[in-house]
Each structure stands twice: as structure tokens, then as C-alpha cells.
Design a protein around this ligand. Structure first.
Ligand code: RFL
Length: 386
């Protein structure tokens, strides 16, 4: 078996790439370890940025991916319970994100790819890339019936997330990696509770909190907590009590909690996002905290850059864009990391109640205040948020 590109993983990165390559007339096969229902039910991100929506529109996938989704250009920051609204769209020349829960995006991308005759193989076990530093790599895997397959290809796209096999297949020392730990904990809770009017950030001495829509009748909540805390310490009762307190809303509508887990507030970047014929895409190359909602959007942006590069290399004999893949992507990645960390610091420290944090709390409040008093500062923030 032989194909131009083997894509490992069918998350947002792999599925976006697969659909774009199909549009470009580049042959590809997607190998996914999990089953289709598993992949389609995984709930994580919720906002598609303006630039990510543009990727699908530019490639003629606007209707299949974005139909019926609406944009929201506002956000609410509740400081000690007092609401303040920030009009991102107005300050970013009309650019705004759209509420597109990750599982909705994944379902739509799987459907679009399969309906176009795409080759997507679920439950592929022991996926292993070989010969990445040569000119004819292969990828082997074992299917659900236990049969081992080998696919020869020109390029391998590692879209298998942070814990995947792709980056692990790169020899020690070939990549420089950067890591950063925020040193705080976040508990995230998915609940069948009415969505907030706008993405909502709560700054409070009891800790940071947030509420985002995941469809009209579901919300994802975030609560700052001590690192290394146990889930046992966070019963439903305490969660709602803390959310009411931190969001300054005694009437906060609640609902059944469907997921409860800790998010690691860790960042990671691999440079370059390439090794020989292997390209790392999305979380396989970099992870970022959820602050700012960048992870899924970076995955889509990488896929767009790679699809253009592969099209140029395979259809136009131009290796230039592919050679620039890593550099092009990393510029955006570092911009997002810087923005996310800047925002995270502001949101957490502006509520900091510890006496030792008093000075930093004033700094964070000055940073926040500037967003509402300086048009220049507001536009710089909106430009990175939209
Ligand atoms: P994914 O989504 O992890 O997909 C990787 C796919 O590869 C498969 N796989 C393998 N397949 C074959 N062989 C192997 N050995 C394999 N190993 C893994 C996996 O089964 C999976 O299908 O990576 P991708 O495509 O790069 O997409 C990245 C995004 O999923 C991620 O950045 C976001 O979910 C991050 N994220 C958020 N991003 C946002 O833009 N906005 C948000 O609000 C947001 N909130 C979040 C998040 C991530 C979260 N968690 C749980 C990590 C909230 C949470 C709680």
C-alpha cells in the first residue's frame, strides 16, 4: 500500500489536515487509535477563533463546518462580582470567535471527510512510523482484526496529540523542547447548566473562575485550586458554592455535572516541528493552558500551513513553504503562549488575596484597568483574543 501522506491521529489537527489535503487533491490516509464514537464524544475546547473559521471558509468547507454556529464578540470579566463587558469584535475590526464545541467540529470534519470518499481508519493499534530521516518513510499499524499493515508514503503528519507516538519517534536531541508550569491548579467541570450570555471570567480573592458555553444547555466551568488537590476535596456542593461566590452570583443556575477533572496548567513547545519527513501538528508539537482558548485553534492553524506546504511540494514542485512550516507555525505558537501567559497572570493575580501577593495584585489590576481605559491596550488585547 502506498499513499502520499499518512496522518496519525484524528483530533482537530488530523481531521482538518485530512479535509484540506482532500481539497488539494493530495492523497492521504488517517490512522486513529480510538473508535469513532470515542473520538466524536471527546469534549474539550469550545471556541473557534475568527482565523480558524477563515481556514475552513478559504478551503470551501465553510458550509459543512460552520453551518448554524454563531459568533460571539463579547466577553465579561467579573471583578469582585462586578460585571464589565469587553467588546472584542468592535476592537478587532469585526473579527470574532464562534461557539463551536470541539466534539461538534470533530463530528462535522469526520462526516465531511468520509462523504468525500476519505480513508479514515479507526481502532488502529501500534501505529509506528519508520524511516523518517530517509526519502521513503513507512507507517505500520495493526487493525481491529489483528492484521498488521504497512503503508509507504512521502510524508507523515504527526497529529496524535501530546502523548502520541510521533514526537516520541524523533531521536533524542533532534528537537529543542521548552516547558513551563504555571504552578497553579485548575479544576474543570462540565455541567448541563445554562450557558452564560458571553464567555465569563471571574476575578475574586477566593480564586479565579470561568464559565463558557458548550452549546445552549451546557457549560464548562473552571476553578483555580491548589496544585495537586484531590477530586475528593471537590464535591458538587463545594463546586457550586465556590462558583456562586467567585462569580458573585447567588442565583447561578446549576445542573447535573457530567465531567470533573484537573487541567494541568503546563506549556510545552517543540522546535522545530519537523524531523525529516515527519511534521508535528497541533498538540503533538505544543500544548498551552486553556486560558485564552488557543489550543484547538493552533492545531487548525498548523494544519492549514502544512496543507499549503504539502500542496506546493507535491503539486507545484515548490519545497519552499514546506521548508518554512516550522518557522511559520512557531511564530503564531509563541505569540499565543505569550498572550495566554499574560492573560493568565492578570486573571489570577488580580484576585490574589495572599498578603505576599499584594504588590502583584495591584500590578494585575492596573493591567486589567488599562483594557477599559486605553483604546490602544484594548485593541492589542482584542487582536490576540479574536
Ligand atoms: P488531540 O485532540 O489530542 O487529538 C489527537 C488524536 O490522536 C489520537 N492518537 C493516536 N492515534 C493513533 N496512534 C496513536 N499512538 C495515537 N495517540 C493518540 C488520539 O486518540 C486523538 O484522536 O490533538 P490535536 O488534534 O492536536 O488537537 C488539539 C486540541 O484537542 C487541544 O489543543 C484542545 O482540546 C485544547 N483545549 C482547548 N483549546 C482551545 O482552543 N480552546 C479551549 O477552550 C480549550 N479547552 C482544551 C480545553 C483541552 C482540554 N483538555 C482535556 C486537555 C479544555 C480541556 C479540558
Amino acid at each position: 500500500e502506498s499513499i502520499e501522506v499518512v496522518i496519525i491521529g484524528s483530533g482537530p489537527a488530523g481531521l482538518t489536515l485530512a479535509n484540506l489535503l482532500r481539497r488539494a487533491g493530495v492523497g492521504c490516509v488517517v490512522l486513529e487509535r480510538q473508535s469513532r464514537p470515542y473520538v466524536e464524544q471527546r469534549q474539550r475546547a469550545g471556541v473557534l477563533e475568527h482565523a480558524a473559521a477563515r481556514v475552513f471558509e478559504d478551503w470551501g468547507l465553510g458550509d459543512s463546518v460552520l453551518a448554524g454556529t454563531h459568533s460571539d464578540g463579547m466577553l465579561e470579566i467579573r471583578l469582585d462580582g462586578q460585571p464589565r463587558f469587553f467588546d472584542v469584535a468592535a476592537l478587532a475590526d469585526g473579527r470574532a470567535g464562534r461557539i463551536v464545541p470541539q466534539q461538534v467540529l470533530v463530528v462535522r470534519l469526520v462526516k465531511a471527510f468520509l462523504e468525500g470518499g476519505g480513508d479514515l481508519r479507526f481502532e488502529a493499534a501500534e501505529v509506528t512510523p519508520h524511516g523518517l530521516d530517509g526519502s521513503s518513510p513507512t507507517v505500520t499499524y495493526r487493525d481491529a482484526d489483528g492484521v498488521v499493515h504497512e503503508i509507504a508514503c512521502s510524508y507523515v503528519a504527526g497529529c496524535d496529540g501530546f502523548h502520541g507516538v510521533s514526537r516520541a519517534a524523533v531521536p533524542e536531541g533532534a528537537l529543542t523542547t521548552y516547558t513551563y508550569d504555571h504552578g497553579i491548579g485548575w479544576l474543570t467541570v462540565l455541567a448541563d447548566a445554562p450557558a452564560p450570555r458571553h464567555p465569563l471570567f471571574g476575578i475574586h480573592p477566593a480564586g479565579f473562575s470561568a464559565q463558557f458555553a458548550r452549546g445552549p444547555k451546557a457549560s464548562r466551568f473552571y476553578l483555580e485550586c491548589a496544585p495537586g488537590e484531590s477530586l475528593d476535596a471537590w464535591g458538587d456542593e463545594r463546586i457550586w458554592e465556590q462558583l456562586r461566590l467567585r462569580l458573585g452570583d447567588a442565583e447561578l443556575p446549576t445542573g447535573p455535572i457530567t465531567e470533573k477533572l484537573f487541567v494541568e496548567m503546563r506549556c510545552f513547545v517543540a522546535d522545530p516541528m519537523r524531523y525529516g519527513r515527519l511534521f508535528l501538528v497541533g498538540d503533538a508539537a505544543h500544548i498551552i493552558t486553556p486560558m485564552g482558548g488557543k489550543g484547538m485553534n493552533l492545531a487548525i492553524a498548523d494544519a492549514d500551513v502544512l496543507a499549503r506546504g504539502l500542496r506546493a511540494a507535491l503539486r507545484e514542485g515548490d519545497e519552499g513553504p514546506l521548508a518554512a512550516y516550522s518557522e511559520t507555525c512557531l511564530r503564531r505558537v509563541w505569540d499565543s503562549q505569550e498572550f495566554s501567559r499574560w492573560m493568565s497572570e492578570m486573571m489570577h493575580e488580580a484576585g490574589n488575596a495572599a498578603p505576599a501577593g499584594a504588590f502583584r495584585r495591584q500590578l494585575a489590576r492596573a493591567r486589567l484597568e488599562r483594557l477599559f481605559t486605553s483604546d490602544t491596550a484594548a485593541r492589542a488585547f482584542a487582536d490576540l483574543m479574536a
